[in-house]
Design a binder for this molecule. Sequence first.
Ligand code: GLN
Length: 203
Amino acid sequence: TPVIGVFALQGDVREHLTMLERSGARAVKVRRPTELDALDGIVVPGGESTTMDKLARAFDLFDPLRAALRDGLPAFGTCAGMIMLADRIEGGTADQETLGGLDVVVRRNAFGRQVDSFEADLDVEGLDEGFHAMFIRAPWVEKVGRDVRVVATVSSGAAMGRIVAVRQANLLATSFHPEITGDHRFHQLFVDQVRGAGTRAPR
Ligand code: GLN
């Protein structure tokens, strides 16, 4: 059984723990750098990326987690978590840093104040049937590097064509919150990816 951590300093941690367990993983909260060693994968939840950034640094989790990601630890970021995994952000605060690893530009709060939150049905690469997605002050992916695979885009409305799910090597990220809709297929994709990656050698 793969052990998957959830970054637990801020964000919707509980929802992710539930979905990961439902997808056949053992899910554990991560607050300390030493807790990274036991993991086969990690989820960075939705929440507030500026706060996550600050807390990660305050709790000495920022550099070790960044190193683990560079080292190939599989990671799944949702919404604020997507922002944390992005190499570059637009609309960040002046001193905001990200863990990075995903060769993308992500725009924070991209869908605008008018559409603070909304729902959309998405076609997702790797899923047989559509996925009902919830967006809350969500980012979108504005630019993707060569090695990034687009997994889902918005299929109608003003934001049609906007990229909302991507994958690159060990990293998976969504603009929306698959942890809150009761549909665990996205978490299942991630858990299967972690299984495929195998257990990491102890560092
Ligand atoms: N707007 C938030 C941020 O910039 C993300 C919102 C969310 O995770 N629901 O971090």
